[in-house]
Design a binder for this molecule. Structure first.
Ligand SMILES: O=c1ccn([C@H]2C[C@H](O)[C@@H](CO)O2)c(=O)[nH]1
Ligand SMILES: [Zn+2]
Length: 147
């Protein structure tokens, strides 16, 4: 059974991703990104992109949120919402796709626009035929749907 969230949880994630976007530290690109990540425990971790004068040192909003969750001991990822200022459904970059895939392919990904519209997919939808822990003989630690 695929993971699912309620409309209320989705609304909350979208609002929190938009709020997290306002914390973006992006003086170079001026491209603000916010993320909100719901874990199985019910916690929500937010993140924004944090850039650096050494440009390659930037971290995306999605990875910020994941790092906050994992470093608090939360690894069962249920749903991730992403917000930008663009009038398009900005999709996570390749590095983030691989990074989030580590913690499951079934995690729901909600891409949003500033007008509140959204598009729902999954990590596996964004990164099909992915390389992951399983390829190294490890099990992917991931959230599963409730019975
Ligand atoms: O999904 C994305 C795409 C880009 N960025 C950031 C990285 C950089 O700070 C800026 C421009 O690429 O946006 C994110 O945080 N998430
Ligand atoms: Zn990224």
């Amino acid at each position: 059974m695929p993971l699912s969230i309620t409309d209320e949880q989705r609304d909350t994630l979208i609002a929190m991703a938009a709020e997290a976007k306002t914390k973006s530290y992006s003086p170079y690109s001026k491209f603000r990104v916010g993320a909100a990540l719901l874990t199985k425990s019910g916690n929500i971790y937010t993140g924004c992109n944090v850039e650096n004068a050494s440009y390659g040192g930037a971290i995306c909003a999605e990875r910020t949120a994941y790092v906050k969750a994992v470093s608090e001991g939360d690894k069962l990822m249920v749903a991730l919402a992403v917000a930008t200022d663009a009038d398009a459904f900005t999709s996570p970059c390749g590095i983030c796709r691989q990074f989030v895939r580590e913690f499951g392919t079934s995690t729901i990904v909600i891409l949003t626009k500033p007008d509140g519209s959204f598009k729902e997919t999954t990590v596996g939808g964004l990164l099909p035929d992915s390389f992951g822990p399983d390829d190294l003989g490890f099990e992917t630690i991931e959230a599963t749907a409730d019975e």
